[in-house]
Design a protein around this ligand. Sequence first.
Ligand SMILES: [Fe+2]
Length: 316
Amino acid sequence: MQGARVLVVDDQEANRLMVREVLEPLGYAITEAPDGAAALEAIKRQVPDIILCDVVMPNCDGYAVCRALKSDPNTRLVPIIMLTSLDQLPDKLQALELGADDYLTKPFNVVELTTRVRSLLSLKHFTDEFEHASRVLESIALVVESRDRYTGDHCKRLGRYGTRVGQAMGLNDVDLRSLWLAGIFHDLGKIAVSDTVLNKPGKLTPDELVLMRKHPVVGADLCGKMRTMDAIVPLIRHHHEKLDGSGYPDGLKGGEIPRVVRILTVVDVYDALATRRPYREALPHTKCMEIMREEVRRGWWDGDVLEVLDRCLRSS
Ligand SMILES: [Fe+2]
């Protein structure tokens, strides 16, 4: 990758110079930072394509840099090669556990360094393309949402409500991320529903209802084409299922509906009630809860999830 931005982080100027002398002639754009804190500041200004990072440094060491970058959604996909004189296995393992992508021991071999930089950069090129495709899909999902004049910021609210309920119920980070993404993408399938049906003030005809009820399947199929979306496909497909089996598209019952899906469903129904619709004004929180508690008694929704949502909203 000609012109790729490489950030070299090392407290020894001679070491930074050594890396620069190897990589600059190959067409890489090198920037330097003398310690971890300076590196994090530089990355705030411009995110590099790859980072070569020393481990033992004053102020903020390489492990701390790694931890900070890999836990930030904006930088978690930037490859990091730890470059250090430490060659003990526990040090390597610690760096890899923190998310470092590779590890080179000083004094480094020039061919090995350039080969690893090149291979990580080509991998990053692919992840950038995936990231780009996901962002395009997200823009489409938000455009689809904006066609529905009455839902406003529904998708992002759902992502927020879902992750808050999930956190309160002790879900792991993978499920929380799925809930956030599913909030954005759950109604993507409405792309196949016309504006007239989507914004119809009156009752839908049976044919229109059939069309409308296809949106979870259409959305799941669209997202299912991207492997990075695999985890949220079931959430999209099943967000209109009911615990008693009377939902759609598959009529799943009770334990067949995973907890993440139940959370998404409850926050989706709640937000629909709490938002102005073509046929009625927005309902106040107490009224939404009254309606949904009755629907829990009817066997539709997960009552535990609903009570957690109530607590989360009342404490905000
Ligand atoms: Fe939906």
